[in-house]
Ligand binder design. Structure first.
Ligand SMILES: NC(=O)c1ccc[n+]([C@@H]2O[C@H](COP(=O)([O-])OP(=O)(O)OC[C@H]3O[C@@H](n4cnc5c(N)ncnc54)[C@H](O)[C@@H]3O)[C@@H](O)[C@H]2O)c1
Length: 269
């Protein structure tokens, strides 16, 4: 897939899945803007890419922060063609005590609920709203949701609800933006060993005494082995490859779609 001369912005791309998506777009020849709450992470990821790239600090949950950032990208790399709404999970200061506690909906505080919706749903809303008036017709928006969006999510109720909102937002935007031929699609990743999962595994360990002697990585591998029919975890590039496809002309008639990249985890639900 050839995205030469296309300008792509990926939110939360300083590390993890977003950094993998950035490298896939660079591999397809696109010019890449890497944004993150953490400036140093954004700069490092951008400078490692084998393409014209820039790193910017921006809060994906703020329309004004993203609007400023997109103006800079449009001036320096060319008008935006593709927005990837990847930023999510716990914000800059990951507090997985709140994120990963096995809490029932009924036990959650209003604040914990709102925080998760801010980090994991408003990010896609605010970034899209900032980008839509500033991007080329015929472009593409790719939203990163989660398999947590697709069924009950008893351990992460607010996260699951936020990601279900991302799936819904995908379909609404796809319908609203069709007259401009902007396609909007969604990816639901399964299990990936990123900083987010590392912290989640540490949290699971703290609440399960029988796992006291396991490393976070071993806990993650146990979950993968138990739940993945194809065997094995997914990689950021597995997600990035689909994002590049969605953004390419090969997907010119695909909009409003939601695809899981999860090794078959959701087959078992
Ligand atoms: N890791 C998994 O197994 C998994 C599974 C399903 C979905 N996801 C989703 O993939 C996306 C990336 O997750 P990850 O595992 O790479 O997480 P991560 O925590 O490793 O990386 C997330 C990055 O996003 C940045 N970020 C967070 N909030 C931001 C904001 N408001 N504005 C700008 N940047 C922000 C962080 O600073 C960090 O660099 C998230 O949307 C997450 O919900 C991850």
């Amino acid at each position: 897939m050839d995205l030469t001369d296309k300008t792509v912005l990926i939110t939360g791309a300083g590390r993890g899945i977003g950094a993998g998506i950035a490298s896939c777009f660079a591999g397809a020849g696109a010019k890449v803007a890497v944004t993150d709450l953490d400036d140093a992470l954004a700069q490092d990821t951008a400078s490692a890419l084998d393409t014209q790239a820039m790193g910017l600090v921006a809060d994906a949950s703020s329309q004004s922060s993203m609007a400023d950032c997109i103006e800079r990208v449009n001036n320096e790399l060319g008008t935006l063609d593709v927005l990837v709404n990847n930023a999510g999970v716990g914000g800059l200061d990951l507090d997985y005590a709140e994120v990963a506690q096995a809490i029932a909906v009924t036990g959650m505080s209003d604040e914990a609920w709102d925080e998760q919706l801010l980090y994991n749903l408003r990010t896609a809303f605010s970034s899209s709203n900032a980008a839509i008036p500033r991007m080329n017709d015929g472009g593409s928006i790719v939203n990163i949701a989660s398999i947590a969006a697709l069924g009950p999510s008893p351990d992460l109720p607010a996260y699951g609800a936020a990601k279900a909102g991302v799936v819904h937002l995908t379909k609404t935007l796809a319908s609203q933006l069709a007259p401009r031929r902007i396609r909007v699609n969604c990816i639901c990743p399964g299990l990936l060993w990123t900083r987010a999962w590392e912290m989640l595994a540490a949290r699971i360990q703290a609440s399960q005494p029988e796992m006291a002697n396991m490393t976070p990585r071993q806990i993650f591998e146990g979950v993968v082995a138990q739940s993945t029919p194809l065997g094995g975890e997914q990689t950021p590039e597995d997600i990035g490859n689909l994002a590049v496809f969605y953004a390419s002309d090969k997907a010119r008639m695909i909009t409003g779609q939601v695809v899981s990249v999860d090794g078959g985890i959701t087959l078992q639900r």
